[in-house]
Design a protein around this ligand. Structure first.
Ligand SMILES: Cc1ncc(COP(=O)(O)O)c(C=O)c1O
Length: 458
């Protein structure tokens, strides 16, 4: 870890944070009582807190720091751009070299003739861009009735009005009067939870058939698009059976429904290919990207349009009256370019599908022998470890016991950051993780589950 340049007073920061800072996805008065964990610096796969603790970051921040922390190439790129041109917009006939170069680089990386790229700052605004573009597309086609959008119940696509409506999670909806009209949610391809006696592929086809049923219920002439994360991340690391995505694609083509891949988590090497749709064997019409695009070093997102929608947008005579001040921000684009260059140099787009990925999988799968672990799901450097009260029946612990949250706390005591989604523990570490760090991660996870099991027995 680089030498400390600033010293912090954790207690003072916690007090100020409690008094003034509203956090995402938080019960504020509870956080104020418990105190925020103040993270002050990081290097490689490790973060350090203001009270001097070092933790292995098993979540790469929030599924985003793909190249790891402290990469000078990205820092330098950002500094150079800040000196040269810290900001200019991409409105009114203008561009900047980094914005244009990044659009061209993404068009090169995307294998599908996806040559038209629009920039934003977050996964949420990128999904909103894609929703509006889908509606705009069908308007351009003279089919204004084709506006309904289907996603999944445990989908996470962000928290904006549109992206939050795509998201299927009840906590994102209820308090905010979402979803908006014309958004619909079908079941998840979650074999371990819902597959019953079916083999995974049969269940994958069944889960895809729920899309067909929903399209027929709404009327194919009214359905604009199906939206999905190749792997559902924040919904619980739901890795679909191999049969699922090809069948979803077939159904979308059959009913002339656009297929949108939200690659915000799965993009940029997470699954062992550049994009998750390559791993799962389908071809989307639109791709939404963020997080790993800049490894989280700068806030940036992008939407790539395939030939069908992209050409319609390009040739339209109606103004595309959409966009934000920071679309194509030159510093963010320059850092993203440096990130993609570094990923290519270090083989990080595919590291998760090589020997390092196999090592990661093997170490995590070994946890399946633990009495608390019902299933370990791994794809590339993304994993879900489902904790259950009874392995044979797959019975969960009562929700109020908050077993996942307790596991998260114990893991931190063991030096590991894991995320809890219900009682599923999630891992999505930097793609640079060394074998030694994988050993540490698996051992810390096992110690966590041992301690949890002992507590649950008491
Ligand atoms: C698949 C997916 N889409 C969209 C988003 C929203 O991105 P952001 O938080 O940058 O708005 C997320 C965030 O975790 C995500 O996982």
């Amino acid at each position: 870890m680089s030498a400390a340049t600033t010293s912090y007073d954790p207690a003072q920061l916690q007090a100020l944070d409690a008094a003034h800072h509203l956090h995402p996805f938080t019960v504020h008065h509870e956080l104020a009582r418990r105190g925020s964990r103040v993270v002050v610096r990081a290097e490689g796969a490790w973060i350090e807190t203001a009270d001097g603790r070092r933790l292995l970051d098993g979540m790469a921040g929030l599924w985003c720091v793909n190249v790891g922390y402290g990469r000078e190439e990205l820092v330098e790129a950002g500094c150079e751009q800040l000196r040269e041109l810290p900001y200019y917009n991409t409105f009114f006939q203008c561009t900047t070299p980094p914005a244009t170069e990044l659009a061209a680089e993404l068009a090169r990386l995307l294998p599908l003739g996806m040559t038209r790229i629009f920039f934003g700052c977050s996964g949420s605004d990128a999904n909103d861009t894609a929703i509006k573009s889908v509606w705009y597309y069908w308007n351009l086609q003279g089919r204004p009735e084709k506006k309904h959008i289907i996603s999944r119940r445990s989908a996470y696509h962000g928290t904006g009005l549109g992206s939050g409506s795509l998201t299927g999670l009840a906590n994102v909806h209820g308090p905010f009067d979402l979803p908006l009209a014309r958004f619909h949610h079908i079941g998840d391809p979650h074999w371990y939870r819902d597959g019953g006696e079916l083999d995974p592929d049969a269940f994958g086809r069944l889960a895809a058939s729920w899309l067909e049923a929903k399209i027929l219920e709404l009327g194919p002439e009214k359905v604009a698009a199906f939206w999905g994360e190749p792997i559902q991340g924040a919904g619980g690391a739901i890795i679909p059976p191999a049969s699922y995505w090809p069948e979803i694609q077939r159904i979308c083509r059959r009913y002339d429904v656009l297929l949108v891949a939200d690659e915000v988590i799965t993009g940029f090497g997470r699954t062992g290919r550049t994009f998750g749709f390559e791993t799962f064997g389908f071809t989307p019409d639109i791709v939404v990207m963020a997080k790993g695009l800049s490894s989280g070093y700068q806030p940036i997102s992008a939407v790539a349009f395939g030939p069908r929608v992209g050409e319609a947008l390009f040739h339209a005579d109606v103004e595309y009256a959409h966009g934000i001040t920071y679309a194509g921000h030159p510093v963010a684009c320059r850092v993203a370019l440096a990130n993609l260059r570094l990923m290519a140099q270090e083989g990080l787009f595919t590291r998760a599908s090589g020997p390092a990925g196999a090592y990661f999988r093997e170490h995590l799968m070994a946890l399946e022998d633990h009495p608390l672990v019902g299933e370990v799901r791994v794809c590339g450097f993304l994993a879900g470890i489902e904790l259950v009260a009874d392995k044979a029946s797959r019975r969960l612990f009562p929700r109020e016991r908050q077993v996942g949250l307790r596991a998260r706390e114990l893991a931190i005591e063991e030096g590991l950051v894991m995320r809890a989604v219900g009682d599923t523990m999630i891992l999505a570490p930097p793609l640079t993780l060394s074998e030694e760090e994988m050993d540490f991660l698996a051992a810390a996870a096992r110690r966590t589950f041992d301690r949890l099991a002992a507590e649950l027995r008491d």
